[in-house]
Design a binder for this molecule. Sequence first.
Ligand code: ZN
Length: 327
Amino acid sequence: MRTPRLTPVAPFAASSRRAVLAGGLALATAGGLPGFSFAQTGADRAARWQRLPVGDLEVTVLSDGRLRQPTRAFGTDVPEAEREALFRAAGVTDGFIDAEINVTAVKRGDELVLIDVGGGPNLVESAGQLGKALEAAGIDPGAVTRVVLTHGHPDHLWGAIDEFDDSIRFPNARWAMSKAEWDLWMTGDPTAKLPAERHNLIPGAVRNLKGLGDRVERVEPGQPLAPDLASIEAGGHTQGHMGIVLGSGPDRLLVLGDALVHAVQSFAHPEWRLAADHEHERAVATRRRLLDMLAGERVRMLGYHLPFPGIGRVERRGKGYAFVAGV
Ligand SMILES: [Zn+2]
């Protein structure tokens, strides 16, 4: 059996055809990302969405599809045998995780907020299905009044701008992103702020954020973004990564972007390093803080990459935690 390489890996697979279609994105020029599988998930193509109430809010989780990620991108500082034993116990037998992409829509009165916009049609063949899910759920993209971006990674941001005519996919929305995240990609030289193996994410982020331009409100963590919807600081995965709190009181739902990305590993071993994190120590501290709060307050969370629809609660389990799925 081939021994997986321990070099840092990018978390995103891309088919060469799609990458070429994306025209000039760094994924195309890389000729493949080091140590990376180009196999696709063969995800079912049916639109998936699920609706639930959160206080006075109507929340709809919409699937943008799936991303294949090698297990060696999780726990880059952990011995391979220990890492693979955890994933085998979690049912991962081929060294790859099929991570879901869970986009959240929040409706209250005339306000319709989208949290992240998926990867767009050209990131990977198994993603880019948000448009279809919106249609199936009866949500008109033109009716979206606000888009909140947790951070600027491809599977969260690249669905913003149409690759072919540069139009904005949610044309009537005001957009929001943390000021720290905007600055990471758009101020100064982003290559100085990212590890070398993350530089291939810069052109796509810049292209999408430039396309949105001054429609993007740059917010501070903790700032209210809409009625019953506020951002919280959740940095480390990226410098300006933020989560979103929906509702209030014990019934609230924390939409946590990429703070907790795997239903077993992130909860059992929040201290493991992830290839996708920009700031490792801060990412670990953020995971510990969020897990402590989620378990202590028994509040629901939604993870962007957790099994669809990504909703559940957190329980303390031994020295770590466990994710208990369920709306
Ligand atoms: Zn992500």
